[in-house]
Write a protein that binds this ligand. Structure first.
Ligand code: FUL
Ligand code: CA
Length: 421
């Protein structure tokens, strides 16, 4: 999917808090012009494939009229207690061809049962409400591992196996996110930079999500011999905070920052989950939407022009089609490409055909410049997609050497691009 929208929205949008206390009045949630179709339209125009919304953040407030809590939209005066943000957003996602996903914080600073075994049942009931069909298919269930004190001052012992079982039963196709999957994993930081080495495999034996998870280094890089397929997802906010704040309207990440994040997330075998928090009206602020459109235009401009498409070389990696691939005849092949004439580029993209696994563990790229073969890029993993910035090169001939791979490499695509600074 490469690129999805994260939406943090709730009482914090109105209070300016990052973590609400759970004691906020339900009436605090009062968007004046909520329009989830605007979010979906912007996400689709930005090139995103899905939206994941905070159905409940740590403050416990539910954006849908959940029977599991008395701290929900049904107790607020917003739309006379008849509103349902999940309904409105899931409908909008369907209309705009986007997938709909849900973040549901297990940490709950409001629920009176939090800190007792009963809470696990209540949390699973909430998962059932969300995955039971009322909102259509849910493509991803985002499990935040945070575990703090509830209103009783107690911590909760989360029952992860039962949570996962509940989602599997109702939404067998849903990807489950946590520090250790089982579907995809947290990439180890919230700045959008995946590991330069990034394996989609992970060892999970002996770990649980949240407090007992692998080190952030391991989450960033995965495990070369990991037993599970759990690719990295990089969650990062377009603003300094996860929730909207008036004072941060002029602190939306710059185009340059987003470019950098793209190259180090999607360009490093990870998915980018970019948080775009709606404002108090319930609309995405123009500062954010304008930046998203600039970012989309930059990507279209750069990656829409693959300078290698008419090169001579293995045709399966030069046809613009991910599903056709080239299988090397040894584990350490060299591929030579020859362009119709000298071309200027500064980004190289390589893709492995992931249905056959992630194999490559070391490669280098050389260009023939002024009669000399010069190394212009070196790397370890490739995975689904690897984009490496190089010096500004002008060359007609390129050589890709794979120096270590666990099986014969299977490559889907190669790209050369020029990004002006
Ligand atoms: C964290 C939370 O504590 C933050 O508020 C935010 O929701 C982030 C995505 O996950 O664990
Ligand atoms: Ca291909």
């Amino acid at each position: 999917m490469e690129y999805n929208m994260f939406v943090h929205f709730g009482p914090n949008t109105f209070s300016g808090a990052e973590w609400g206390e759970g004691t906020e009045s339900e009436d605090m949630f009062c968007p004046t012009e909520l329009d989830c179709r605007q979010w979906a339209r912007i996400a689709a125009e930005a090139g995103m494939k899905g939206i994941i919304i905070t159905a409940k953040h740590h403050d416990g407030f539910c954006l849908w009229p959940s029977a599991t809590s008395t701290h929900t939209v049904a107790q607020s005066s917003w739309r006379d207690g008849q509103g349902d943000v999940l309904k409105e957003l899931s409908d909008a996602c369907r209309e705009y061809g986007l997938k709909f996903g849900v973040y549901l914080s297990p940490w709950d600073r409001n629920h009176p049962a939090y800190g007792t075994p009963a809470y696990n049942q209540i949390y699973m009931q909430a998962l059932r409400e969300i995955h039971g069909g009322a909102y259509g298919p849910v493509f991803e269930q985002w499990f935040d591992g945070a575990c703090g004190e509830g209103p009783s001052g107690k911590l909760q012992e989360y029952d992860w196996p039962s949570y996962w079982e509940t989602v599997r039963e109702l939404s067998p196709q849903a990807i489950m996110f946590s520090n250790i999957g089982p579907g995809c994993r947290w990439g180890g930081n919230e700045n959008g930079h995946a590991g330069q080495t990034n394996w989609s495999r992970l060892n999970t034996l002996g770990f649980t999500p949240g407090t007992n998870s692998p080190s952030t280094d391991t989450l960033r890089m995965g495990n070369v011999h990991g037993t599970e397929w759990i690719p990295a997802e990089m969650d990062v906010s377009i603003r300094p905070g996860w929730f909207w704040r008036e004072s941060e309207n002029d602190a939306v990440k710059s185009l340059e920052e987003l470019q950098d994040i793209w190259l180090s997330s999607v360009g490093r075998n990870a998915l980018l989950l970019l948080n775009v928090p709606p404002d108090k009206r319930g609309l995405i602020h123009p500062a954010d939407s304008a930046r998203l459109m600039e970012f989309r235009a930059w990507r279209d401009h750069v990656f829409g022009n693959n300078l290698a498409l008419d090169a001579k070389g293995p045709s399966a990696i030069l046809d613009g089609n991910y599903d056709t691939y080239w299988v090397a005849s040894s584990a350490t092949p060299t591929i030579e490409l020859s362009l119709p004439q000298e071309r200027k580029f500064n980004l190289i993209m390589l893709q492995e055909y992931i249905p056959l696994g992630q194999r490559v563990s070391a490669f280098r790229v050389e260009a023939l410049q002024n009669g000399e073969w010069e190394i212009i890029a070196e790397g370890t993993t490739i995975g689904y997609k690897r984009i490496i910035p190089t010096q500004d090169c002008t060359a007609q001939r390129i050589r890709i050497s794979i120096s270590a791979s666990y099986e014969r490499p299977v490559l889907s695509e190669l790209g050369l691009f020029w990004a002006s600074k």
